[in-house]
Write a protein that binds this ligand. Structure first.
Ligand SMILES: C[S@@+](CC[C@H](N)C(=O)[O-])C[C@H]1O[C@@H](n2cnc3c(N)ncnc32)[C@H](O)[C@@H]1O
Length: 263
């Protein structure tokens, strides 16, 4: 049975418009996902990115993956994000990096993309679709905007083992996730919506190691900065968050999945 919490897009915007966005960047880096640029290259390798391809990055945040892909692989990226602060920073940093000719950002919702059908070679996502309740609609939208033969390539925080609602609830609560898909669930959604499943990888082991790093960062390196800039409440919140997610990841209850599908 699906366990869904009552978080809306407004709750997500409040996180990323507020100190949450700064905290996540400090802990995870400008590419706000586990594994950083190496994880982006690993995903790029899976879809064989070629110069000139047009990519849609759903939930583009600070635009760091978009800049990485554009500068390293010569692709064009259209990023979509729902949070104003993230979009403003993404646009400014893209201008500073002189990559405006390759990247554009759009304010929008992942489940209602502001693009015509058959626009993209690749629909891309890294560790953000866990904020979207209606993942079926998201996958349908990805399928609609992809050219025939185009690929969907994404990683996400997923359920990778057996977990009770009682254990899942505080995890979702700390992240403002309404609903996390399972490893099998994403594969079903892709197939159901017309994708040929090319790859599904459970990367929980790697993900758990990233949480070891985040635990250290929060409790050692970043502790004075978090306390000085955000106060004790946010430090306690971050401390609890990394502690419970690290434990659940090492128990292989939650983790990261990588999925590739073809239209
Ligand atoms: C963890 S960050 C994404 C990280 C980014 N993919 C990266 O790798 O750097 C989550 C982002 O998803 C965005 N987001 C969450 N739900 C969304 C939705 N329904 N539509 C568009 N953006 C959304 C948030 O505004 C936030 O910027």
């Amino acid at each position: 049975m699906k366990y869904i919490k009552d978080f809306t897009i407004k709750d997500v915007q409040d996180v990323y418009d507020g100190p949450g966005g700064l905290l996540w960047e400090a802990v995870m880096g400008e590419q706000i996902h586990s594994g950083g640029p190496e994880a982006t290259d690993a995903l790029a390798l899976q879809v064989d990115l070629k110069k000139g391809m047009v990519i849609c990055d759903i939930c583009s945040a600070l635009g760091a993956p978009a800049r990485h892909l554009a500068s390293k692989y010569g692709v064009t990226v259209k990023g979509v994000d729902a949070t104003k602060t993230m979009l403003e920073k993404a646009r400014q940093r893209t201008k500073d990096a002189k990559l405006e000719h390759l990247i554009e950002y759009y304010e929008g919702n992942a489940i209602d993309l502001p693009f015509k059908k058959e626009t993209f070679d690749v629909v891309w996502g890294q560790e953000a679709w866990c904020y979207v309740t209606d993942k079926n609609r998201l996958i349908q939208e990805a399928h609609r905007v992809l050219k025939p033969g185009g690929k969907i390539a994404f990683t996400d925080w997923i359920i990778t083992g057996v977990i009770s609602e009682k254990e899942l609830d505080p995890l979702l609560e700390t992240m403002a996730f309404p609903y996390m898909e399972s490893f099998d669930g994403y594969q079903e959604l892709l197939k159901k919506n017309g994708f040929k499943l090319l790859q599904a990888l459970d990367q929980t082991e790697e993900y758990a190691k990233c949480f070891d790093e985040y635990y250290e960062k929060v409790h050692v390196d970043l502790k004075p900065t978090i306390l000085d800039n955000f106060g004790k409440d946010l430090f306690d919140f971050a401390s609890n968050l990394v502690t419970i997610w690290q434990k659940a990841a090492h128990e292989h209850k939650v983790g990261r999945g990588l999925f590739i599908g073809q239209k």
